[in-house]
Design a binder for this molecule. Sequence first.
Ligand SMILES: Nc1ncnc2c1ncn2[C@@H]1O[C@H](COP(=O)(O)OP(=O)(O)O)[C@@H](O)[C@H]1O
Ligand SMILES: [Mg+2]
Length: 235
Amino acid sequence: MSLITLKNVSKIYGEGRTEIKALNKVDLEIEKGKIITIMGPSGSGKSTLLNILGAMDAPSSGTVLVNDIEIGSLAERKLSSYRKETVGFIFQSFYLLPNLDVMGNVLIPLIPYKVKDKDRQRAQEILDRVGLGNRGESKVGKLSGGESQRVAIARALINNPKIILADEPTGNLDSETGKSIIELLIKLAEDGKTIIIVTHDPRIAQVISEHPLGKNIWIKDGELSEKPTYDMFCW
Ligand SMILES: Nc1ncnc2c1ncn2[C@@H]1O[C@H](COP(=O)(O)OP(=O)(O)O)[C@@H](O)[C@H]1O
Ligand SMILES: [Mg+2]
């Protein structure tokens, strides 16, 4: 059974002569525990797709089911807990808060609540898992790009989401560091998380396609395909 199902999802920006079909009748099923890459030219709809999966944006038409729940039917309160608890986002620019230490950044999603000892303990376990167990008190400004992305991954994990949405997570990293971030995301998939990675790097798509949980998806002009066409490489 699929964890994520998109049926006939379109996203249209603007209207009339300025109308842009960012997603055009997209059908997609993603099973739990898979690790997926989405590749496609700039402007093809990759971020729009991730934002819709993360309920950061609503489709113009079509349905998005996650865990058999139709996201579009949720009231604002439930939608907000979906954003907080079901999905975790990571981005190309890590969006860490420079005046907080590593631990403080990991705890950011809990800020609306009183942070308890058990939350700190959990944050520490997650930092151990991403390889930053002894960096909790480091200033984030002192971290390398790879370390910064690990902090962002830890922050995305703090609410124990089922799904991690990664928008070009290695875009600011050298290829060795990027590879180690992808290896970490693969480990998370092996632990049962469902991971969706937008990437421009064909080597990442290659690594993922060789993994038993992996799959590559391609997008062009808002339309998905499971095989690339030649012109998809011409960006
Ligand atoms: N908020 C918006 N308003 C108008 N057009 C948008 C908006 N967001 C994205 N678009 C347009 O939708 C298309 C897909 O954008 P996006 O999903 O960001 O592409 P990608 O992430 O693949 O580069 C592009 O043509 C982009 O200009
Ligand atoms: Mg994008």
